[in-house]
Design a protein around this ligand. Structure first.
Ligand SMILES: [Zn+2]
Ligand SMILES: [Zn+2]
Length: 275
């Protein structure tokens, strides 16, 4: 199994760190987790056509994780996708997709008619919404989903991907969360989000002390992510969803290593990790 980081940033615009998105792949299977800004450009850089994707999993419905959804669908149609999309996400996903597809309905109908491509299967979307926890098989990968704590977001999930006795745990967006520590036990790779302490200063009225406090409060600070990784006894810790997108890398490694006992891998876009 292989994990490819497609986007390691957050809502902030950054040329090097695109919006949150990941690819989990085996020879047979290609699964996307989230579809943040720039996902189709990153897939193109990997030379992986979006027509080949087996399923899309959504951690939660914050815009930075789903903003390029329609672009992904259109791009797959242009790439001659001949199978429907399978999408798994939290409660609210069906409604979100219905609304997005409806808002482009007229434009889409006109294009379909005018461009007369051979298949419109890319526009058939099968959505399944998560319960509290559960298991889904996509070809040779078994995915377990579990709730994480990103309140006030009501429905947010983390995932385990299992293939040939190897385990990848993805935290999704969460504050320090017991479920990540529980489901992430002995993961070969733990991909965890992080809010880097001391890197964002309040600058003006738009970003007050309260803004900073609240943003940090529903993410996992760098002072705790190493401790969480240590509790899971994971082999490798990979950090992503880096807030802010630019920071002192050596300092972050040092902080996390002090708790984890090993160097974390600082995620960067298009980094591939064999699991
Ligand atoms: Zn996010
Ligand atoms: Zn979020």
């Amino acid at each position: 199994m292989e994990l490819t980081l497609l986007g390691t940033g957050c809502p902030k615009v950054d040329y090097k760190r695109f919006g949150p998105a990941n690819l989990i792949s085996t020879k047979k299977t290609k699964i996307l987790v989230d579809c943040g800004s720039g996902i189709t450009q990153r897939l193109d850089q990997l030379k992986l056509s979006s027509s080949k994707i087996d399923a899309l999993f959504l951690t939660h419905l914050h815009s930075d994780h789903i903003i390029d959804f329609y672009q992904l669908i259109i791009s797959s149609w242009h790439s001659y996708r001949t199978k429907p999309w399978k999408i798994y996400g939290p409660k609210g996903t069906k409604n979100f997709i219905k609304k997005i597809m409806n808002s482009w309905k007229q434009e889409r109908s006109q294009r379909i008619k005018y461009e007369s491509r051979s298949s419109t299967a890319a526009f058939k979307i099968i959505v399944k919404e998560f319960k509290n926890t559960g298991k889904i098989n996509i070809k040779d990968i078994v995915i377990t989903y579990f709730e994480v704590d990103h309140k006030p977001v009501k429905y947010a999930y983390g995932f385990n991907f299992i293939h040939k006795n190897k385990k990848l745990t993805i935290s999704g967006d969460t504050r320090p969360c017991e479920n990540v520590m529980k489901f992430g036990q002995l993961a070969d790779v733990l991909l965890h989000e992080v809010f880097i302490d001391g890197e964002i200063m309040k600058t003006n009225k738009m970003r007050t002390a309260k803004t900073l406090h609240n943003v940090k409060a529903y993410h996992t600070p760098s002072s705790l992510v190493g401790k969480i990784a240590k509790i899971t006894r994971c082999k490798k810790l990979v950090l992503t969803h880096l807030v802010p997108t630019q920071f002192d890398e050596k300092k972050l490694i040092k902080t996390v290593k002090a708790d984890f006992g090993k160097n974390p891998i600082i995620g960067r876009d298009l980094l591939r990790i064999k699991i």
